[in-house]
Design a binder for this molecule. Sequence first.
Ligand code: GLP
Length: 260
Amino acid sequence: MEVVIHSSVEQLARLAGDAVEALLRRDPEAVLGLATGSSPLAVYDDLVRRHAEGLSFARARAFLLDEYVGLPDDHPERYRTVIDRELVSRVDLDPAAVRAPDGNAADLPAACAEYEEAIRGAGGVDLQILGIGTDGHVAFNEPGSSLASRTRVKTLTEQTRRDNARFFADDVEAVPRHVLTQGLGTIMEARHLVLLAQGRAKAEAVHQLVEGPISALWPGTILQMHPHVTVLLDEAAASRLQLADYYRQTYAHKPSWQGL
Ligand code: GLP
């Protein structure tokens, strides 16, 4: 796990953007894993800037991490709508090549199995962008999730519904209780995981993620078992890290050829 701490969110976003650009230059048909939430927004802005400067997404494919159950297709907070707004419509990604779990399917378990199959059929995710919840959830894998879980229906914790109420005019009751989410086992199969976290509210979850014991209580801790994880943190999100100085030194002396 590589931990990069920087005071500028734009700079962190640039690092994630560098990794996406390097991947697409290597393989224009690469499969991107996209996350919603506020944490990756600066990355999407960075990718839009790169697109304006010539980076093409035209042959790339993408999979979302998760989706609310039961939000109407035209709801502005439906994750598929959010990602269209924040990224797809601003670059040349083909909307038909971007998939999200179907939170309105008549048969939700079948939709989850189909989603797993679609990811597998695309050859797996090359680079997965991730955020983390204040309770340590990754995608919508809440505490207690099986560390080997696959795409399935989950029930949100009250904490997550409260956290996400800001996207629903501060009305907790408007936040769906159920979601479809890639499992931790699914996410662990992506080849490179790039997780972003900002702000003091994330500090404990980040400390657990990077330095805590692996436990279903902090689902993100399973990432410690992944061979290629990059954690991009602002100072506040890094404020509870025990080995912060070591991570800073390591990054400061990183060979320039190494990349993320
Ligand atoms: C949401 C999403 C996650 C996201 C997390 C943090 O509920 N399902 O994918 O990483 O919670 O959100 P934010 O980045 O807005 O803090």
